[in-house]
Design a protein around this ligand. Structure first.
Ligand SMILES: [Zn+2]
Ligand SMILES: [Zn+2]
Length: 167
């Protein structure tokens, strides 16, 4: 995938030269802005670069993050997602399907901070249901994996064991 030439020129002007693989990864992030994880990017890249490895994807992402072309998006304990939107923006996290959407936040400087603080960047994390999930009226599920939470029956067994130990 080729990046728009003005972008390549802009990068070159800033002393950033992208390798073919970095260009590929950056291009994928620009093309489909659904905040993919490294693993998702790897699966997508593999389609046209069959020899690419997950380690290379991580390496490319690190380089892109280092030169401020890509931002990392963290959501709780979920895998890091990547975002190529360079405008100041925040993220809306859907608590049901996990989709992440960009939210442009016009910052009016009205934070409750002492004037001695200088704010250079603001990022607000919004959570709730995306239009699709709120239309389906899905209940909010937590992203906890099965290993984090013991089933109720298991908890009961553990409790009864504790009780017998104490008596
Ligand atoms: Zn959703
Ligand atoms: Zn974003």
């Amino acid at each position: 995938m080729k990046l728009p030439s003005e972008l390549t020129q802009q990068l070159a002007a800033n002393g950033i030269r992208l390798t073919k693989q970095r260009e590929e990864v950056f291009g994928m992030l620009l093309q489909k802005r659904n905040h993919p994880t490294a693993a998702e990017l790897f699966l997508r890249a593999k389609k046209h670069m069959p020899s690419i490895s997950l380690a290379t994807i991580y390496n490319c992402l690190d380089a892109l993050v280092d030169c401020d072309l890509v931002k990392q998006v963290h959501a709780d304990r979920a895998a890091t997602r990547y975002c190529a939107n360079l405008k100041d923006h925040s993220h809306f996290h859907c608590e049901s399907c996990g989709a992440i959407t960009d939210v442009e936040t016009p910052f009016d400087g009205a934070w409750n901070l002492l004037p001695e603080y200088a704010v250079y960047h603001a990022e607000v994390s919004l959570r709730g249901l995306c239009p699709k999930c709120s239309a389906e009226n899905k209940p909010v599920t937590t992203n906890q994996s099965a290993t984090d939470v013991l089933p109720k029956s298991e908890i009961a067994t553990q409790l009864s064991k504790l009780k017998t130990q104490n008596s």
